[in-house]
Design a binder for this molecule. Structure first.
Ligand SMILES: [Zn+2]
Length: 556
């Protein structure tokens, strides 16, 4: 701001202050501000977003992988920013850092799966496997039970484990969720995928049922990806959290190809397609197959430590909080590939994913820090680690939260900002699941904007970033998605932006800072999320999930 403007602004402010002292205040530059009650929205600026991204996505940070020097540098930068903004430390032992233990395991490819009488099934070709246990050798032997989709969903009156004790047994499970029917078009979310359809849920439920193992049946349609994706994502180094005390774990977590599953069921004298067809009807009993499954998992396991970064701006009632989150980890640096030129770019800079989210979150943090008043609830800002390895940092936080799960009004998660220009819509994944959606829609309308719906609910994006770890323990959560309605652009524009990012940058070394980014949309979005956070931090009533929502249950 030029000096002359500043002086005139100061004079104007002084006059107004003399008239209505309570309504106006001076900020540190002397400009007048009327935002006595609310975040300092003009503290959210494009040039500052750019500056944070430039640093965090610099090659010097080597792709910010957990437990690497670059990852630690990023964490240190974020903690320093929070400290300079006046946030207090909310990590372990009076620091901004919360240690997260991460297990890295590599299963020996000599693994085979024996099922009934006949040739064992081969690693990679027929089966991939992993264990929820930490020992270097884990043996499993149990009776196989076909459990349909492996779902226990009281709100849909659905229980695939009804009447069976799974203790010591191995579940054979279909992925995805049962299709809606003509009579029940909203069964399991209709077209949308519910969490009951995700593979992570299948393992969690089997473990809760006391099973020793769960074998998921892959089909390209139900998984929405080919067997090659299962092969590549379930072999090599796998990341997990060590189980917490008393948490049920599976000795065997496996996927089998559809051909292998068909053969296994044939060995039990049954037909897989008939079992699958029958399981689509509510009330179909689990089917003990009368054959056993056995396997030995040999693995190399090591534990590493990485850090969540957490700061807090105390509210007038610090017993309750809201939490903004944006993961800072990314994919690190790739090993050189044979035949690759020596100067090939191997650093995953993660400028959009998720240096941009960190930058936006820091701007929101600044808008709260420079507000004239403090909201009722404390404002926490968390930068989780190991999101890319399976939401591990946020899952650790959910298990070791700064406040009890019931004390959190909301989580607002930011994973990727929009740099393609202003949009009419702001997509908030999960908005339709809780009262946060209503508040957000009201605020958006005041700015002539709308809260857009998830354009691809069948892909389950709600389950794929850190807010989901908090949703699972019952905390109402939303996460920003990509807009579809850009102002002044032709209808195909949003799809072009989306496709170009996915093909050319997403999870590639080319996700780098771009000179031609347009910050107007991101600034609008961050200002709206700051206002949303302020409302949620002040509303006397806590936000709640809709009564039938799966994630309402942990807090009931
Ligand atoms: Zn991300």
């Amino acid at each position: 701001m030029p000096t002359g403007t500043r002086i005139r602004a100061s004079v104007a402010a002084a006059i107004v202050l003399a008239v209505v002292v309570v309504l106006f205040a001076q900020d540190r530059l002397g400009a007048p501000r009327v935002s006595l009650d609310g975040p300092a929205l003009d503290e959210i600026r494009g040039d500052e977003i750019a500056a944070h991204i430039k640093f965090l996505s610099d090659d010097l940070l080597e792709g910010r992988a957990p437990s690497t020097r670059g990852g630690r540098l990023a964490a240190s930068y974020l903690a320093t920013q929070l400290a300079t903004l006046g946030y207090g430390p909310a990590g372990d032992k009076g620091t901004y850092f919360q240690d997260v233990a991460i297990l890295e395991s590599v299963v020996s490819p000599s693994f085979t799966l024996t099922a009934g009488k006949g040739t064992p099934f081969t690693y990679r070709q027929d089966v991939v496997a992993f264990t929820g246990r930490q020992e270097p050798r884990v043996r499993v032997d149990g009776e196989l039970v076909f459990v349909g989709h492996g779902i226990v969903a009281p709100e849909y009156k659905w229980n695939d484990y009804a009447g069976i004790d799974m203790t010591g047994k191995v579940a054979l499970v279909m992925v995805n969720d049962p299709p809606a029917t003509a009579d029940e078009p909203q069964l399991f979310g209709g077209r949308a995928m519910t969490y009951y359809g995700r593979w992570t849920y299948k393992y969690e439920e089997a473990a809760r049922q006391g099973a020793v193992g769960a074998v998921l049946i892959h089909t390209p349609e139900s998984a929405t990806y080919p067997w090659q994706v299962v092969q590549s994502s379930w072999t090599g180094t796998l990341y997990s959290l060590p189980p917490s005390a008393g948490e049920p774990t599976l000795a065997l977590k496996a996927w089998v190809s559809n051909d292998a599953a068909t053969e296994i069921v044939r060995r039990a004298g049954k037909d897989l397609d008939s079992l699958r067809a029958a399981s689509l009807k509510r009330g179909t009993a689990p089917q003990p197959l009368g054959i056993s499954v056995s396997a030995t998992i040999d693995q190399k396991v090591q534990q590493k430590i990485s850090q969540n970064v957490i700061g807090v701006l105390p509210g007038t009632n610090p017993q309750e909080g809201i939490i903004f989150s944006a993961h800072y980890d990314h994919l690190g640096t790739a090993e050189p590939k044979p035949g690759e030129p020596a100067d090939a770019d191997r650093i995953y800079n993660g400028a959009i994913d998720n240096a941009s989210g960190d930058a936006g979150t820091l701007e929101i943090a600044q808008a709260f820090a420079r507000a004239r008043t403090r909201p009722r609830r404390s404002v926490y800002v968390m930068f989780p680690t190991a999101e890319e390895s399976g939401l591990l940092g946020s899952a650790w936080f959910a298990a070791h939260p700064a406040l009890p799960a019931s004390a959190w009004a909301a989580n607002i998660n930011i994973d990727g900002l929009n740099f393609a220009g202003p949009a009419r819509d702001i997509v908030l994944l999960g908005a339709e699941r809780s009262s946060i959606g209503t508040v957000a829609s009201e605020l958006a309308a005041r700015h002539q904007r709308v809260v857009g719906a998830d354009p691809e609910p069948e892909r389950g994006y709600f389950f794929r970033s850190d807010h989901f770890s908090l949703a699972k323990v019952g905390i109402p959560a939303v996460s920003i998605g990509e807009p579809v309605d850009f102002i002044g652009k032709e209808p195909g524009f949003a799809k072009r932006v989306h496709d170009e990012y996915n093909e050319k940058r997403y999870h590639q070394p080319s996700d780098e800072f771009q000179q031609d980014w347009n910050y107007a949309g991101a600034v609008q979005d961050m200002r709206l999320l700051a206002e949303l956070g302020w409302r949620l931090a002040n509303d006397p009533a806590m936000p709640t999930y809709n009564p039938n929502e799966q994630f309402a249950r942990p807090r009931q």
